[in-house]
Design a protein. Structure first.
Length: 750
């Protein structure tokens, strides 16, 4: 006790001494403690447990989520379902809505690339449906109007059962199969005569429906329409040693595109069968174009001036070590950067050489960079680009963009007019279609990447699961196209007969239905938006017939509607064909190299064409995969004395030199390169032949969904979907959609 008391007194006295002899507390300066800085720790992965891959309709389960590392700063996640009509997810709770399949994704809110995905199949509840009590047969299309069907043609007969939603198998039969056969309602006319088509309930043969059809002699096929006028469009100047591409505008819409080209002075410039004009010597020549259907129809003379290289008069600028940046999606950097391992284009060595030579010549570096994670593809990226421009701080010299957004970029100042630079240094090395699409209100805003003899022109088409094709012994549609048997009728027959070979839950066709409609219209030579005449062709006969063909395929159950870039039916191996863009094939985030496991093999067939057109007159839509928009609001980064023109010139030098180097190589073989490139995507020789059938003289430019409208929200795509899937009056809906679209077209191209 005494020791404790003594210790207490000593401590007390020491404290008193310090308080008296030291600085008073009130006199001390008050210093705020330093604010601790919290280090941001990024999440690297998401762990999900408690999920299921198979549930019933109405069944639910809740996910357990763990964001790693455990001390990550931001752990907020968001939940998405690829098909909310199949299953929904909210706050981690998954609920089955209806039968089908989808993908559930849990992603980091601050970085969508950090995610966890799993597939989910929802089983339909077995519901006892009423039995069939009545069957009525209804003709469709021209058969409905006339009651007649030509020999060799097909028509769909719909079985309308009562009560609505009744369950039961229907057996189809023909009273005379020598006159006409029937398969799931698809009637094929064989010989002249009358026949009765019958649909009978399998459960009760007293319940049936009948329809009489008259089979008549096949009419002579409509011949391709001869043009009434031909107008040559394109650049009117070319340098010696270079070539330009001319296009023709033919009227009326849908007429035969087959033409013959002629140069009045081939010693000055030659012209090939696909409109390629090559400068031979300085001077002037005239190009004339004749219709092969009727050679009395020809164009006016189109004057072309051939010059020598004019760039020598402009000194090479010094970019003072400036880094020229080209911004693309993180997943697509290998499309542009030849120094990346994943760059597989045939010009790799030549582009590397041109790239380094340009950097040395202009004292700069050229770099491909990724869009930030907060600028994902679509409207969000569009908003981000515009916002950077409004701040006066563009984050790159060139943006890879969708040209549909050019009006928005124009309004915000996000793009820079390169028309004058192109005249000086671009050497007219843009495909006419690409130049038109990269222009707005008469000015050009994109970099010219050059005219190449190795270009593969089809932009979109029908892509085939070759394994599924072989498994069910289905005729290869690419072979049908190559044989000249791929018109609307052939396509309809193939789809419905293929559906008859497939098990339940499988489909002949899938994908976005408006893409079929656009592709079939364009393949028939119809521009849905003709900017040369500022007219829309939504109700052209070929366009309406494309709607009717897809309606018959849909009613026959051979089509699964999907708005996804990769339909779940196609990705899971339950659809033979999906409509899509060519660039999706073997792309890491679209049609992957292992989509269906070890036997993943892709084929291709072009869109079918109208029977009046024929294979020799069919064309494909062509647009560039990537548009290199020259960015505005970038001068804050330029070194003193360095201009937009200087940067543009350096990039043009790199791209045009790449092509010159490649095409001057002694081993250069354009056809071999195109076949090799196609072989890297497609695993079927017939498909490769079909793809390469389309050369520069077999392309069509239609900016309806690449400059005028956004496909996902356009009134015309809604009209098409309603007509095909609901049976709505297409012409009424199309005419209602047209005025606002016409206003958009005139504002851009008027």
């Amino acid at each position: 006790m005494k020791k404790a008391l003594t210790l207490f007194l000593l401590i007390f006295l020491a404290a008193m001494a310090f308080g008296c002899g030291g600085e008073k507390e009130d006199d001390k300066p008050v210093v705020d403690p330093p604010t601790p800085t919290e280090e941001t720790i990024e999440a690297t992965s998401i762990e999900v447990t408690g999920f299921k891959n198979l549930i019933e309709e109405g069944e639910s389960f809740t996910l357990s989520i763990k964001v790693l590392p455990a001390d990550a700063t931001n752990k907020k996640v968001k939940y998405t379902s690829s098909n909310s009509s199949v299953a929904t997810i909210k706050d981690g709770k998954v609920t089955g809505i209806s039968g089908g399949d989808c993908v559930i994704t849990v992603s980091l809110e601050s970085n969508p690339n950090v995610k966890y995905e799993f597939s989910l199949v929802v089983n339909r509840k077995e519901v006892e449906l009423p039995k069939i009590e009545g069957i009525t047969l209804k003709a469709t299309g021209s058969l409905e109007a006339t009651g007649e069907l030509e020999v060799g043609k097909t028509a769909l007969v719909e079985a309308v059962i009562s009560p609505s939603g009744a369950s039961g198998e229907i057996i189809w039969s023909s009273s005379d199969e020598a006159i006409a056969t029937v398969n799931k309602g698809l009637v094929s006319a064989k010989a002249i005569g009358e026949v009765t088509i019958k649909a009978t309930s399998k459960d009760n043969d007293a319940i049936f429906g009948e329809i009489k059809i008259k089979i008549v002699e096949k009419k002579e096929e409509e011949k391709p329409i001869a043009p009434t006028s031909i107008t040559i469009t394109g650049a009117d100047e070319v340098e010696t040693g270079y070539y330009i591409r001319l296009n023709v505008d033919l009227q009326p819409t849908g007429c035969s595109p087959l033409v013959r080209w002629e140069s009045t002075k081939p010693e000055v410039a030659t012209v090939s069968e696909d409109g390629k004009v090559t400068g031979v010597s300085e001077g002037t020549t005239y190009i004339i174009c004749y219709s092969l259907i009727d050679e009395t129809v020809k164009s006016s003379r189109f004057k072309v001036k051939v010059t020598v290289d004019q760039t020598a008069q402009f000194p090479i600028p010094d970019l003072q070590g400036y880094e020229i940046s080209i911004m693309n999606a993180d997943s697509a950097l290998t499309d542009l950067d030849p120094f990346l391992e994943g760059y597989t284009k045939s010009d790799k060595v030549f582009k590397q050489q041109a790239w380094r030579e340009t950097e040395k010549l202009y004292n700069c570096t050229i770099k491909v960079v990724a869009y930030p994670t907060d600028a994902p593809y679509g409207p969000t990226r569009n908003t981000w680009i515009n916002h950077q421009a409004e701040l006066g701080q563009a984050q790159a010299d060139v943006y890879i963009v969708n040209p549909s957004y050019l009006p928005n970029y124009y309004a915000s100042g996000a793009m820079h007019n390169v028309s004058e630079y192109y005249l000086k240094f671009g050497k007219n090395q843009l495909e006419p279609a690409a130049k038109q699409l990269g222009s707005y209100k008469g000015n050009l805003y994109i970099i010219a990447t050059g005219l190449s003899q190795t270009t593969i022109y089809p932009y979109s088409g029908l892509f085939i699961n070759m394994g599924l094709l072989e498994k069910y012994n289905i005729k290869n549609p690419a072979e049908l196209f190559n044989e000249g048997n791929w018109n609307f009728n052939d396509f309809e027959n193939w789809a419905i007969s293929t559906q008859a070979l497939l098990p339940s839950g499988y489909y002949a066709l899938t994908g976005n239905i408006w893409m079929f409609w656009q592709g079939m219209s364009n393949a028939s030579g119809v521009k849905l938006a003709d900017v040369s005449t500022l007219s829309l062709n939504f109700t052209h006969k070929y366009v309406c017939d494309a709607v009717e063909t897809m309606r018959k395929i849909y009613v026959a159950g051979a089509y699964s509607d999907s708005s996804s870039d990769v339909s779940s039916d196609f990705s899971s191996g339950r659809a033979v064909i999906q409509v899509a863009d060519y660039r999706y094939v073997k792309l890491s985030n679209r049609f992957t190299v292992d989509m269906w496991g070890e036997d993943t093999r892709y084929g291709y067939v072009p869109f079918p064409y109208h029977p009046s057109v024929g294979k020799e007159n069919t064309v494909v839509t062509y647009i560039l995969e990537s548009y290199l928009m020259f960015a505005g609001a970038r001068e804050y980064k330029h070194p003193a004395g360095v201009t937009y023109e200087d940067i543009y010139r350096a990039l043009e030098n790199m791209y045009l030199s790449t092509i010159r180097l490649q095409e001057s190589d002694p081993s250069f073989d354009a056809d071999a390169i195109k076949r090799q490139t196609a072989s890297s995507k497609l695993d079927d020789e017939a498909s490769i032949d079909a793809l390469l059938y389309f050369t520069a003289n077999k392309i069509l430019y239609d900016p309806i969904f690449n400059g005028i409208e956004t496909d996902s929200s356009s009134k015309i795509t809604t009209a098409v979907r309603n007509a095909i899937t609901k049976g709505n009056d297409y012409i009424n809906e199309a005419e209602s959609a047209a005025p606002s679209i016409e206003v958009n077209m005139i504002s851009i191209y008027g």
